[in-house]
Design a protein around this ligand. Structure first.
Ligand SMILES: C[S@@+](CC[C@H](N)C(=O)[O-])C[C@H]1O[C@@H](n2cnc3c(N)ncnc32)[C@H](O)[C@@H]1O
Length: 224
């Protein structure tokens, strides 16, 4: 396992078990799988999605607000939002342009699709899109998608709750990606410089004045 570039000065003030926990989660984080939410505004759905993504080890979540703004339910999120990085866009076009420029293929969960997830290839970088509870996926997103899939249903209802659709998708995608990584001896795939920056931030959580301690130790590197 690649060593950290330095010792973080905060480590001496934190229980070793907590530092190990931070390191374990960080080394398992995925940067190559991300989730995109198109106009999802119900705070309980937002919170359930964030919590699910965090549990699956995704680091970046992308929120498109064509019509709505973000609200979350802290009782459902269980603080999951502090461990992930949120990226916000004011249009579907902006979000897709940015994600494609980062090399992501856009994989859209869509009730109008005919392919199923298992039949689709898993690109090296995959952005999974879910739509809002009332309108579903926008036509614009459908046109911009690299692939669309439907999650099979056998009952009377016409769709899954969006956070459930997300969880079913992640269960279809994340173990596949983790298997590929395991074959290369890896548990996650964030680049080292990114992990180091996130580690600085995560170690600060729960400390009263981490910036003062950093300054006392001459650590002037900004924590992003
Ligand atoms: C409650 S559903 C939206 C229902 C909406 N009335 C529609 O027609 O799309 C919310 C989102 O969850 C995802 N979803 C739910 N069930 C799905 C399924 N069976 N297959 C694919 N995506 C699904 C889609 O992204 C959908 O936009």
């Amino acid at each position: 396992m690649e060593p950290w570039p330095n010792l973080d000065v905060l480590e001496q003030y934190i229980a070793p078990a907590r530092v190990d926990r931070v390191d374990g989660v960080l080394r398992s984080r995925l940067g190559s799988v991300t989730a995109v939410f198109e106009d999802i505004f119900d705070p309980h759905n937002v919170a359930a999605c964030v919590r699910t993504c965090e549990a699956y080890g995704l680091q970046d979540l992308h929120w498109i607000f064509n019509k709505h703004s973000m609200r979350t339910s802290s009782s459902v999120a269980k603080s999951a939002d502090q461990w992930v990085d949120m990226h916000r866009y004011s249009s579907t076009t902006d979000a897709v342009r940015e994600l494609k420029s980062q090399g992501f293929a856009i994989l859209v969960s869509d009730l109008q699709a005919t392919d199923t997830l298992e039949t689709l290839p898993l690109p090296a970088k995959t952005a999974i899109v879910v739509g809002n509870a009332h309108d579903g996926i926008s036509d614009e997103m459908r046109q911009l998608a690299d692939a669309r899939y439907i999650l099979p249903m056998w009952g009377f209802v016409q769709s899954y709750n969006l956070s459930v659709a997300l969880a079913l998708t992640l269960q279809g995608v994340v173990p596949r990606r983790r298997n590929e990584l395991a074959q290369r001896g890896l548990s996650g795939d964030l680049p080292m410089d990114r992990m180091w920056q996130i580690r600085r931030k995560w170690l600060e959580f729960g400390m009263t004045h981490p910036e003062l301690i950093r300054r006392q130790h001459g650590d002037m590197e900004p924590t992003l």
